[in-house]
Unconditional design. Sequence first.
Length: 534
Amino acid sequence: RIRAFDRMPDGSFLISLDDGVEFGSSLLRIDPENNKSVTLWQGDTLIGEIAASDAGKVYLTARTQGELWDIYAFNDGMLNKVTSTPWAESGLSFNPRGHLLYHANPYGPRGEVEAYVYDPETGNHRVLAGPSYTLNPVQVGDELFFLSLASEGYEVYSTPFISSPVLFPRRISEQSSAPDYPEGFVKKSRLRPYTSLLRPWARIPLLIPTYDDTGSVDGLDLGIFLLGADVLGENSYEVTWNLSANRLSLNWKNLRFAPLNLNLAYSHLPVVYPDGNYHYEYYVNPSFTYPLVYRNGKGLNLLRWGQGLATRADSVKHRTIHSSLAAVFSWPGFAAGISSTHYWESPMFSLRQRSSVAGRAAIAADIAGGVMLADIEPRLDMTSYEGEISYSYHDEVRGYDTLRTSSPFFASATLEYRHRLAKMRFGIWNPNIFFEDLYVNIFVDAAFDTDALIGASAGIELSPEVHLFWGYVRIAPVLGLHVDMDGEIDLHPGFNFTMPLEISGNRQDAARFVRDPKLDEDIDHFRFGKTVEF
């Protein structure tokens, strides 16, 4: 709840404390010697910054609900406005003369953020010489230091401290608190202001390759990928629709009752029989997750419980209940994530009984400027089957397309070290593509069942970070060289793909899993016995 603080000349501290229930703040003065606090002010104005001069003068950036940041002077328990504008003033500091420096953007669409100086004695504001994007001005001697943008991000710059008179643009007229919508807008539908917010903000056409029995590409299917969310982020969705094959998948997330996270996954897939007839196989999976523990600091940061009910096939008779538990532990330079999911066997919920348990544990530690990752994922099918069966697991070990076993237990493990090899930091605005850093990964992969090691490889990979669409899409192409357990050496390409909304079935990278562990709650998409052959 502490939003801002500054130190007074006598050694005490001023602290802005957010109200825990209503919009507003409290301003406290704390004496560190006796650890006593005194409330100097409390109200429905939110205090964002505090600046105290060597002479004891106090200025704040603050705002009332629905307004932007203005500058206030605090004196004798009162807040008095210094500025009252339709733009925001912030980045407060004092210069040696006791004048207040700040930055503001009074030019709207022109986007000019400039530094200003305010003289409390005369009440005059002057503009400081600098570029058109000047943040957090600070005077040191005869120089003005500030933040501005460079090709590699924010940098600190300096320029001679020169001020000149400023003529602010005319104040924009105040709008009514109740906007006047165009005629007929409300009459058409009372829900329209809300449903219109769910229009997809990303529409990505897809060309999806199809494969024949030999694994060769035999055609391309046309599809579209949609992403959407309302303005508050309480509802978000992703839709993939293969127009050629009439294959649809939908994932919807609702955070209206946060921290309760409600999810709904839906898909249908046409299944073609050898005689040419076909039917649709449907899949519906409502689920929720809830954080039992969620906090910062060392030790246990997250303990999250999840529950869901999956229904599949061309009827509702195939039902599976799945329960999950995830935890995150962290210490300085070290973090661990653990997650497990159990699919319950019960005649009450499924005529085709199936009981399985899957888990994953990963550890990340900072070593020699890079990160060391250890990742293991065991799976056990506890369902009783008649006759011989075999399991197929895909892309578990780099260099192996498919691993097969007749054992109901399977586990994959990875030890990997990642280190930044070079900074690239260049890009093109249109089309928007940005190359960031080049990483080198040294890895050892292994997979085993109850009887033996069934696949292993070791090697090295190069992977650049590529950002598309202003950072919303991140692609990490991978070019790797590996040696497998038979001594064969080969190249393996690949890529990691992330978006603001996770694509279903996309396994979390180990580094992300450590921060926020998740397991796919769909037993078929979750790579557990992805293919079970009877």
